[in-house]
Design a protein around this ligand. Structure first.
Ligand SMILES: [Zn+2]
Length: 317
């Protein structure tokens, strides 16, 4: 009876994301682990710049020069009796697996003197960023223009940016039909040449639109409020002429529970309210969401009809 890892499918899927050379060596290591019935979960391999920035903010990574960014590192955790064991790195079989990885050319983060990183194996036998993806170098797929058929981190970055603007894309680093369609829609909505190719102009426009979007909440648009006994999000939403979801979004609340003494940001009911149109929105839906009439939205924005476009900033109140 052959041994199968608990997370075999996920492991294989993650290994596939690595750079060509690193993948080859990682596969060899993985097969050795299978042969020796050492159960592991490879939970992360490639990372986008955004993810790495997040990790630095959270304090789990220290540098933007991560081997994960260039497909030359993987993070794994021992699996004991079908469960991940974050304390399992000193088990004899895991030590053996790590020793074998090192013999293949991997550097283990558990050997580091500062910021010990036990899950981390990086393939630095070849220089940083020297691995390729399907024969293409990282640096070349990291460059503009990007078009259909391209793969890599820059494509992931593009997909992440388009998602920020409401185009719903799977961030897989593969520039396929869906990504091309989103790029064309974005170009159309922003008065650019609609060719589905991301050159300097389209990239630059993406950056400005995202920046504008992040600035689109005026500072006088909310007031701070200290929660009193008996307050509920529902009642506050009604009182401040907003919705429970808007309050949750404004305060990053995961649930509807609020506490006495908690400080909440609430929309300033006297300040104008704006909304940035997302792909697929209609004036009717927006009006319903904010409890206003479609005529009001039309009037406040001098609209000729009810046609709206993604990224268009509408005044609601
Ligand atoms: Zn790592």
């Amino acid at each position: 009876m052959s041994f199968k890892m608990t997370y075999h499918e996920r492991n294989v899927e993650n290994i596939e994301k690595l750079g060509d050379k690193t993948k080859q060596v990682a596969k060899k290591w993985y097969e050795w682990c299978v042969k020796n019935k050492i159960d592991i979960l490879i939970y992360e391999t490639i990372r986008t710049k955004e993810q790495q920035m997040e990790n630095i903010k959270k304090g789990v990574s220290q540098t933007m020069r991560s081997y994960h960014l260039v497909g030359q590192a993987l993070d794994f955790v021992p699996v004991i009796n079908g469960k991940v064991d974050w304390n399992g790195y000193s088990r004899p079989e895991i030590k053996k697996a790590i020793a074998y990885a090192k013999s293949l050319g991997f550097t283990w983060g558990g050997d580091w003197k500062t910021l010990v990183d036990k899950p981390h194996l990086q393939y630095d036998k070849i220089p940083y960023g020297a691995d390729t993806f399907n024969g293409k170098s990282v640096s070349s797929s990291d460059e503009l223009p990007l078009s259909k058929g391209e793969k890599g981190n820059k494509v992931k970055e593009l997909q992440t940016k388009l998602n920020q603007l409401g185009y719903k894309l799977v961030v897989d680093g593969i520039f396929g039909n869906a990504t091309e369609k989103a790029v064309k829609d974005f170009q159309k909505a922003n008065g650019l040449v609609v060719d589905g190719i991301v050159g300097e102009k389209t990239w630059g426009k993406l950056l400005t639109v995202i920046e504008q979007k992040s600035k689109s909440t005026p500072t006088n648009s909310y007031v701070t409020y200290k929660v009193k006994r008996g307050d509920t999000l529902w009642a506050l939403a009604k009182q401040y002429q907003t919705t429970v979801n808007e309050i949750k979004k404004l305060n990053n609340l995961k649930s509807d529970t609020i506490y006495v003494g908690q400080t909440l940001k609430l929309p300033n009911k006297y300040a104008p309210v704006y909304y940035t149109v997302k792909k697929g929105d209609t004036v009717w839906e927006i009006a319903k969401k904010y409890g206003v009439s479609i005529e009001q939205i039309k009037k406040l924005n001098n609209l000729k009809n009810y046609t709206i476009y993604p990224n268009q900033k509408l005044r609601i109140k």
